[in-house]
Design a protein around this ligand. Structure first.
Ligand code: FES
Length: 66
């Protein structure tokens, strides 16, 4: 589960989203998602080509062999 922090500053709202290691997220760019800032596929019902921004958390560190 990503860590999501809502930030309000100077009358504007932003979200800081931090994915976990190896976690893939779809972030909403159409502003119609009921789970904003995460995409819930509501964009599929809209006209046009807008879709989510896909982000991926950092890769896990490679395991070291003894
Ligand atoms: S619901 Fe907005 S981009 Fe998917």
């Amino acid at each position: 589960m990503p860590n999501i922090i809502r930030i309000e500053k100077n009358g504007h709202i932003a979200h800081l989203v931090t994915p976990e290691v190896g976690e893939k997220l779809m972030l909403c760019r159409c502003y119609k998602s009921s789970k904003f800032p995460l995409c819930d596929l509501a964009h599929a019902k809209l006209e046009g080509e807008v879709g989510p921004l896909i982000v991926e958390g950092p890769k896990a560190a490679a395991e070291s062999k003894p």
